[in-house]
Design a binder for this molecule. Structure first.
Ligand code: AMP
Length: 115
């Protein structure tokens, strides 16, 4: 079994979080160190370490993660002006927590390219 991460502990309730969305498959909460006025992380309950660990069997899960994120973006009032999704992968991608998560960043104009 994969080693439990801080997000595993958030999913089990061992570590508190500011819940934004929850369903049978995903949990979303506010990032503790926000990089934008709205910064939410959506995490599958299944502990997949990295986006490159997704398999064919996870194809529907990956699609539903985007659909759930879209619901959250709408709920947070981000869709009209726009917002950004980010998935960091591995060391050079800036991933620090090895439990797949999608960042939802909004509430200000985003620079491109990112740093
Ligand atoms: P990443 O660098 O893509 O792995 O993103 C990990 C994110 O998790 C960072 O933006 C952190 O600020 C955030 N984070 C770490 N610990 C917590 C926590 N206990 N509650 C909420 N967000 C967290």
């Amino acid at each position: 079994m994969a080693e439990e991460t801080i997000f595993g502990k958030i999913l089990s309730g061992e570590i508190p979080s500011q819940k934004v969305y929850s369903d049978a498959e995903f949990y979303a909460f506010r990032d503790v160190n926000p990089a934008a006025p709205t910064h939410i992380l959506i995490v599958p309950r299944k502990p997949i370490p990295k986006v490159t660990d997704l398999t064919e069997a996870d194809a529907a899960l990956a699609g539903r993660m985007l659909l759930a994120a879209n619901k959250i973006a709408e709920q947070e009032g981000l869709t009209e002006k726009g917002f950004r999704y980010v998935i960091n992968c591995g060391e050079w991608g800036g991933q620090t927590v090895f439990h797949l998560h999608l960042h939802i960043l909004g509430g200000r104009a985003m620079a491109w390219p990112p740093g």
